[in-house]
Design a binder for this molecule. Structure first.
Ligand SMILES: *Cc1c(COP(=O)(O)O)cnc(C)c1O
Length: 361
């Protein structure tokens, strides 16, 4: 028998979550953001349920090739544009749209030989300070691009740093509006957090990433259920042993958890080598046979320990849900596990380890 750990990708949930993005921005076109191998879900698995999107946005040229190989003829956007001049050949060949965020990318375009002009998304740095042209440089960049025969339509784009936080999008939106006021072209500004939390923002193309995968972009302010999102990934395993700790006994490396009184614990076949966060300390939620329990002590490479007090009937073979959908209607939001580990649902999904077998459902 193989080790009992397994990840499930819920295709219906992906389709449902994408539909939520559409409902939140009924007049916009929707990019399904599938970078990082569809946030760990697998581009090939996520493709069918997400193909109701208007386009696929990603970073990696190899991932763009995979989307084309699946038969997608619609828009594909490279969110960071090209990394070197010759990447433009692939853009021409596969008809990829690409972000332009720096002068060098304009130089490369100017020197590129193509029959078909490229659709580009000119990126403004409105305050995130990672990529994009400052307000002062944006117009010159637009004029340069507009003069190039290699360039077709120019759209305008920016990215929010705090769409999920109290400060929100107002400051960046004001900067973007001021810098782009008299420039023509479609706008793409909203990520999931802006799309759900700031529906008043004008974004002709919204970029729906995390919400497609069923995690709340603004957790813990809101949970996924609040936004009508369903888990797209479940990580589950089984108990492979149980132990009884006497008062004063400890469990796991570093003996960080000590039992105050006798208690039953379970050992689940899941550890950090499966992508479960090692920083998840005692008290991280976990389901055993659908009943909410807590982890104990340190997560090791292949195992973790669970307090079985709430589920007396649990035994080796009992189903353990690390995140996602458990037996019956039970659900453990990935965001809660991430929060207990001081991280985000994003990181947990993306970190699912290769050794975990994945099935679709
Ligand atoms: C990843 C990414 C997104 C999607 O963000 P979510 O928070 O996952 O919705 C949108 N825009 C850009 C530029 C990105 O890199």
């Amino acid at each position: 028998m193989p080790r009992p750990i397994q990840a499930l990708i819920h295709l219906d949930a992906l389709a449902h979550n994408l539909a939520r993005a559409r409902a939140a921005a009924p007049d916009a076109r929707v990019w399904a953001v599938v970078k990082a191998d569809a946030y760990g879900h697998g581009i090939e698995r996520a493709y069918e349920p997400l193909r109701a999107a208007d386009g696929f946005a990603l970073l990696d040229l190899a991932e763009a090739e995979r989307v084309r190989a699946l038969g997608w003829r619609g828009p594909v956007l490279l969110l960071e544009g090209v990394f070197e001049a010759r990447d433009l050949e692939l853009c021409s060949r596969l008809n990829l749209w690409h972000v332009v965020h720096c002068e060098q990318q304009i130089d490369w375009l100017g020197a590129h030989k193509t029959h078909q002009p490229h659709r580009v998304f000119l990126k403004m740095n409105s305050g995130m300070n990672r990529l994009g042209f400052t307000a002062a440089a944006l117009r010159t960049a637009w004029v340069r691009l507009n003069a190039l025969p290699q360039v077709d339509e120019i759209s305008l784009m920016t990215h929010f740093a705090e769409a999920d936080a109290p400060d929100g999008v107002a400051r960046q939106m004001a900067a973007f509006d001021a810098a782009t006021r008299d420039l023509p072209g479609e706008r793409s500004v909203s990520n999931s957090a802006a799309l759900l939390g700031h529906p008043g923002v004008r974004s002709d193309w919204v970029r729906a990433g995390i919400q497609c995968y069923g995690s709340a972009p603004d957790h813990p302010q809101h949970d996924a259920a609040h936004w009508g999102l369903r888990p797209a990934m479940t990580l589950r395993t089984r108990l492979i042993a149980t132990q009884v700790l006497g008062a004063g006994e400890t469990v796991g490396y570093g003996s960080t958890f000590r039992a105050e009184s006798p208690m039953r614990i379970g050992i689940a076949a899941c550890g950090y080598a499966d992508g479960y966060p090692r920083h998840a300390g005692t008290g991280t939620p976990v389901l055993v046979d659908g009943v909410r329990c807590r982890t104990l002590g340190r997560v090791s490479m292949d195992m973790l320990a669970i307090d079985l007090t709430p589920v007396a009937a649990a035994a080796p073979g009992s189903e353990v849900t690390l995140w996602g959908c458990g037996p019956g209607d039970s659900v453990l939001p990935i965001d809660e596990v991430a929060h207990a580990a001081g991280t985000l649902g994003y990181e947990l999904m993306c970190a699912l380890a290769r050794r975990v077998p994945v099935a679709v459902q």
